[in-house]
Design a binder for this molecule. Structure first.
Ligand SMILES: [Zn+2]
Length: 240
C-alpha cells in the first residue's frame, strides 16, 4: 500500500510556500502513474506556482513493485544508520507494514539507493530486462576503462545506465565536470552475464536491502574490473 502526505515547502528562488505530496512508501502496482514519473525522472520535481522554479526534493521512500518482485529503499540522508535500522527490523517490517513482502521475499530483490535518480536507473534497468548487479559490473568495467585509457583517460565520478527512446547508453560524469555517454554493448553485457551471473547471487544477502553500486562491483570483481575494451566511441554531451 502506498502512503503519502502533504508537506509545505518554500521555493528556493522566490520563497513562496506551497504544498507538495511526499510519498513515504510507494506501491508501483497500485500507483502506476507514479512509477512512470520515476522512470521519467519527474517524480520528485516540484514547480513553484509563483515563479515557475522547479525544485528537486530527495526524501526517504520505500518503493515496492510486487509484479516484478522488487523493493527499493531510497535513503538520501544518514544512509548507513538508516540502512542498518531497516535491515535490523526487516522481519518486523515484513510482519507489520509489508505483509505481502513476506510472500515474495525469497524471490524478491531488495535494494537500497541514495536518491530518486538511482531508483530511476534501477527501474529502467529492470524494465529493459537487465539485471542490476550484472549492469553494475558492466558500468564499473566501462568506468575503469575510461579512466585508464593511455592518452585520454580521466577520473569518472559517476556512471549511469540510461535508456531513452529505445537507445541504451552508459552516461558518464567526469570529475572535471564534463559529461558524455558511451554506447551500450550488448555482447559485452552477455559476456559479463555468462562469466559472473551464476555466482553473483552469492554476493547478495537475502532478506536484506543490498547496496548494488560501483563499490559493490569493484569489491566483487577485484582486479578483473580492468578486463574490458569496449569497441565504443565516447559521445560528448551533457546530462539533461
Ligand atoms: Zn518560486
Amino acid at each position: 500500500m502506498s502512503r503519502n502526505r502533504t508537506r509545505t515547502i518554500s521555493c528556493q528562488r522566490c520563497g513562496k510556500s506551497f504544498d507538495v505530496l511526499i510519498w513515504d512508501s510507494l506501491n508501483a502496482d497500485t500507483d502506476p502513474e507514479q512509477r512512470e514519473e520515476i522512470k521519467k525522472g519527474t517524480f520528485n520535481r516540484y514547480k513553484c506556482p509563483e515563479c515557475g522554479f522547479t525544485m528537486i526534493l530527495q526524501y526517504a521512500c520505500l518503493y515496492t513493485d510486487m509484479s516484478h518482485s522488487k523493493q527499493v529503499f531510497v535513503i538520501p540522508s544518514d544512509f548507513e544508520k538508516r540502512l542498518e535500522e531497516a535491515n535490523r527490523y526487516f522481519d518486523l517490517l515484513e510482519k507489520k507494514e509489508l505483509q505481502t513482502v513476506a510472500d515474495i521475499a525469497d524471490n524478491c530483490s531488495f535494494r537500497a539507493v541514495h536518491d530518486f535518480s538511482e531508483l530511476r536507473e534501477k527501474v529502467n534497468m529492470w524494465d529493459n530486462g537487465f539485471d542490476d548487479a550484472v549492469m553494475e559490473l558492466y558500468k564499473a568495467m566501462t568506468r575503469v576503462w575510461l579512466e585508464t585509457q593511455d592518452d585520454q583517460g580521466k577520473p569518472v565520478s559517476k556512471a549511469f545506465f540510461s535508456s531513452e527512446n529505445g537507445k541504451d547508453e552508459i552516461e558518464v560524469l567526469f570529475e572535471d565536470g564534463s559529461a558524455g555517454a558511451v554506447d551500450f554493448v550488448p555482447d559485452l553485457y552477455r559476456d559479463i552475464t555468462a562469466k559472473y551471473s551464476a555466482d553473483l547471487n552469492s554476493a547478495l544477502k537475502s532478506r536484506c536491502f543490498n547496496v548494488v553500486d560501483f563499490d559493490f562491483a569493484v569489491n566483487y570483481m577485484g582486479g578483473a574490473v580492468t578486463d574490458i575494451n569496449p569497441d565504443s566511441e565516447i559521445v560528448e554531451g551533457t546530462f539533461t
